[in-house]
Design a protein around this ligand. Structure first.
Ligand code: BGC
Length: 551
């Protein structure tokens, strides 16, 4: 039985703090739907799929970068912050997209990339043309190498591998924490600060409802010399403000200015930080005089285990309560192996599946994936997440239970992480393959042309068409779960029901319950009506790797 929604979509997202309990669906635009058949997804493609988003029951779309870009890093290398990549459409298409979403009560959040521009941005072109020491270079971080040597100014490494410095023709070096095509901006420069405020205003005036802030913890750097060697630097995720390149306290000044601007709109524009920092440091990014919300990647990095999930949930709910924000939950995005695959991989003996990496969580699908186990756990984890207070971020294709594509041929790979690590990292392309809409046909309904990342044969079985009429499909599960969630009172409270240390059981407002069995054997369900379950029940028992909602 599924309870019917108690509010219309428009009423649901009308409040100014709509983002606190929102279900946000991430669209990676080049891989969602391709209207013009050039093999790359576009804005008209997204517009044509608005009815699908409505049927799914999401509250908001987060659109990954759609700006003009040479795609050195999937669009996170932005040439022009106030325009649309002509391959994806025009500003007019963008306006139509907002209109189509808003007509259905769906909000739109856009990605903003402030740490670096692309190397084709007019500022960087100007900087390269300018002579050493000229003001045009000051918007970026140019330095000389050590006297008389051909070495970079420090041994710092880029997140994607290799040196974080690239040399210009006149022998100076510029800093790039990501690809060489993504020069880091100098946020001490007043023009940089002023220009991003202009960009935020530009999109806010066009009607976007909020922003996702890329590597929000990287903007301010302590560049005092001599530069410390990488061997002496703390781990990024544990640095507590002591790392010269990440999570410096000074960054919050910038977000105060942003918040002041975003609050001039009615309702205020929302913002969510991608800040890979320890949980306790996340609060400042999520504060009311800062961005307001920050991603919590803790569940995404946790093994599918009772204790790990419980600890992460408790910690994050407490933090959200402390700083008056709301928690965010996420299992999949465009940077990580899809969770339906992750949960089917053998447990990493080093603890956590990410092999000690800070955030670039991608190693393809080796060794062998247990697809059925991965999907069962992914469905259980998602249903649990959707029962939690806070907002849930979904990534396109996860509602299809889509697996990572591990078999992309090397010649088709696009991720700079693959190239800069000289193939040691498989990279993130496997979760960015255009999603399948139809069982067969050219590009499985992605568009009338091909697909810029090659779709495997097995994609058709995961398609929307294959799942739509099947009440047990993952798509049906997501649709039902979002419909039920909408009808619930979604306050911030959660009460644990303690029992065994492998069954995660809690109640929400109004006595509604969620229960997940992380154990190996089926467990007795509480005496209440089952509203929805992530997999088949065994009579009145909840099988392992399964979540049920009860009223
Ligand atoms: C984005 C990545 C991107 C990086 C550099 C990340 O946080 O999510 O996709 O490669 O920032 O912009």
């Amino acid at each position: 039985m599924v309870t019917s929604p108690q509010t219309t979509p428009t009423a649901r997202t009308a409040q100014s703090d709509w983002w606190r309990q929102a279900v946000v669906y991430q669209i990676y635009p080049r891989s969602f739907a391709d209207a013009n058949g050039d093999g790359v997804g576009d804005l008209p493609g997204i517009i044509s799929r608005v009815p699908y988003l409505v049927a799914l029951g999401i509250d908001a779309v987060w659109l990954s970068p759609f700006y003009p870009s040479a795609l050195a890093d999937g669009g996170y290398d932005v040439d022009d912050y106030r325009n649309v990549d002509p391959r994806l459409g025009t500003l007019d298409d963008f306006d139509q997209l907002i209109e189509a979403l808003h007509a259905e009560g769906i909000k739109l959040i856009v990605d903003i990339v402030p740490n670096h521009t692309s190397d084709r941005h007019e500022w960087f072109l100007e900087a390269l043309e300018a002579a050493k020491g000229e003001p045009a270079r000051e918007r970026y971080i140019f330095r000389d190498g050590p006297d008389g040597s051909d070495q970079p100014p420090s041994d710092w490494e880029s997140v994607f591998g290799g040196s974080a410095w690239a040399k210009t023709d006149d022998g100076q070096w510029y800093l790039h924490m990501f690809a060489a095509e993504q020069p880091d901006l100098n946020w001490q420069h007043p023009e940089v600060r002023a220009d991003f405020l202009e960009t935020l205003k530009f999109w806010s005036d066009r009607g976007v409802d909020g922003f996702r802030v890329d590597v929000a913890h990287a903007l301010v750097k302590d560049l005092s010399e001599p530069f410390p060697s990488k061997a002496t630097l703390p781990r990024q995720s544990e640095s507590n403000g002591k790392h010269p390149l990440w999570d410096q306290d000074g960054v919050h000044e910038i977000y105060r200015d942003w918040r002041n601007l975003l609050n001039t709109y009615d309702p205020p524009k929302s913002a969510v930080a991608e800040a890979f920092v320890p949980a306790a440091r996340r609060a400042r990014y999520a504060s009311a005089d800062g961005l307001g919300q920050a991603f919590n990647f803790d569940l995404l990095q946790a093994d599918f285990e009772y204790e790990k999930f419980r600890k992460v949930i408790e910690e994050n709910l407490a933090l959200a309560e402390e700083n008056g924000s709301s928690s965010t939950w996420v299992f999949s995005n465009h940077d990580v192996v899809r969770h339906a695959t992750r949960y089917g991989l053998p447990k990493n003996p080093k603890g956590g599946w990410q092999d000690g990496k800070d955030w670039l969580l991608s190693n393809g699908t080796e060794p062998t994936v247990d697809v059925a186990l991965g999907l069962r756990r992914a469905r259980a984890a998602t249903l649990l997440m959707l029962a939690l207070p806070g907002s849930a971020y979904l990534y396109q294709g996860e509602e299809l239970g889509l697996q990572e594509v591990g078999e992309l041929p090397a010649a088709n790979l696009q991720d700079p992480a693959y190239f800069r690590s000289k193939g040691a990292e498989k990279g993130r392309d496997g979760c960015r393959v255009p999603i399948p809409w139809t069982v067969d046909g050219l590009s499985f309904g992605f568009g009338p042309g091909g697909s810029h990342l090659l779709q495997p044969k097995w994609f058709g079985a995961y398609s929307v068409q294959a799942q739509e009429g099947d009440p047990d499909s993952t798509l049906s599960l997501y649709r039902k779960a979002l419909a039920v969630r909408r009808g619930l009172r979604t306050g911030n409270s959660l009460t644990w029901v303690d029992g065994t240390d492998w069954v995660l059981h809690f109640t929400r407002d109004g006595g509604w319950q969620s229960i997940t069995n992380f154990g190996a054997a089926p467990v007795e369900l509480p005496d209440a009506a089952v509203v929805l379950s992530s997999g088949p029940l065994e009579g009145d028992k909840l099988p392992s790797d399964t979540t049920a909602w009860l009223i």
